[in-house]
Design a protein around this ligand. Structure first.
Ligand code: TYM
Length: 334
């Protein structure tokens, strides 16, 4: 029997991915390549929805791809490619945009947040239609499940709605995908502001652990992570968001349950706990950083792997697009 398909994407909008990206998404991507037909994409079309520097985007796209491989994606086991190498993404986005309601798109929380941050005059139409492009990414590959963090849930709802609407109007074409979200790691928070999501666009770098951080930086950031005054190492999302976030990170990386960690650190101070956690994080990230650097040392080889990935992705995407063009009523070229 065919394996179920997973598809996911990540933006090359920073010099490094962070621990939230890793625990919320990438780690699941790596696991799923063993059991699923997996397709993963560096979404550079999405990365130009906010003002950007072209040379930096090119560089970050390579670094992003290198990190995906460094984190454990294996091009023998899954497809890894760059979105702009497969033009069907932009083409399907146009078609889906024509069945998306203006009001429906206006309700997207991420658009409202990003537009508010940019200032509404600065927000582009591309930023507004961002979720439609994301739907196109997913639907091109007959995706069954989409491994992402909690912040992507609303975009997946829109994707499902668009797939169902298209199927209803034009005949069964798209698989209606479901989310694959692991609740314990779906929202890793900022170390200095533990009620906010850890985010590439956050203003304070001390709050973010980057996958490519040196051990000294990781130790410093974790030692300064905001906790609280009661001194107890115990998970309580409402009363103790900082400690809860650190426990979740510790548990996800060590495999020990939060309850076991609470028992082990009962009566210990935050200092000891943070010191141990820092070593767990350093040990988990060091091999990823080393493998990423190795991939980046041979750019020609990296670009070749991405070309192979794009060719494999395009084979699937072009078939879907053929069906879509036919269903929608475009005259085939003679
Ligand atoms: P992006 O690039 O912002 O983030 C990549 C993935 O990391 C997850 N994530 C987190 N998970 C837990 N805690 C956090 N603090 C945290 N921060 C980020 C995100 O949920 C995401 O899974 N719109 C998408 C990219 C995209 C996409 C797609 C995803 C484009 N097309 C198609 C899936 C399918 C985004 O901006 O992810």
């Amino acid at each position: 029997m065919a394996r179920p398909r997973v598809f996911s994407g990540i933006q090359p909008t920073a010099d490094s991915f962070h621990l939230g990206n890793y625990l919320g998404a990438l780690r699941q991507w790596v696991t799923l390549q063993e059991t699923h037909d997996a397709v993963y994409c560096v979404v550079d079309l999405h990365a130009i929805t906010l003002p950007h520097d072209p040379a930096l985007l090119r560089q970050r796209t390579r670094v992003a791809a290198a990190q995906l491989l460094g984190a454990g994606l294996d091009p023998q086991r899954c497809i890894v490619f760059v979105q702009s190498h497969v033009p069907e993404h932009a083409e399907l986005a146009w078609v889906l945009g024509c069945i998306t309601g203006f009001g429906e798109a206006s309700r997207m929380i991420q658009f409202k947040d990003k537009a508010a941050r940019a200032g509404s005059d600065q927000a582009s139409v591309g930023l507004f239609t961002y979720p439609v492009l994301q739907a196109a990414d997913i639907l091109l590959y007959a995706t069954d499940q989409v491994p992402v963090g909690e912040d992507q849930r609303q975009h997946l709802e829109l994707t499902r709605d668009l797939a169902q609407r298209f199927n209803h109007r034009f005949g069964a074409t798209f698989v209606v995908p479901g989310p694959y979200i692991l609740t314990d790691v779906a929202k890793i928070t900022d170390l200095t502001e533990p009620t906010a999501k850890m985010s590439k666009s956050s203003s304070a770098p001390q709050g973010i652990v980057d996958l490519l951080d040196e051990p000294a930086a990781i130790r410093r950031k974790i030692s300064r992570a905001v906790t609280d005054a009661d001194g107890e190492i115990r998970a309580d999302e409402q009363a103790k968001p900082g400690v809860t976030n650190l426990l979740r990170i510790y548990s996800a990386l060590s495999g020990e349950s939060v309850a076991d960690l609470e028992a082990r650190y009962a009566g210990a101070g935050y200092g000891t706990f943070k010191k141990d956690l820092a070593e767990v994080v350093v040990d988990a990230l060091a091999p990823i950083r080393e493998r990423t650097e190795k991939m980046l040392a041979d750019e020609a080889q990296l670009d070749r792997l991405l070309a192979v990935g794009a060719a494999r992705a395009r084979e699937i995407a072009s078939q879907t697009m053929d069906t879509v063009r036919n269903r929608i009523g475009f005259l085939p070229p003679g």
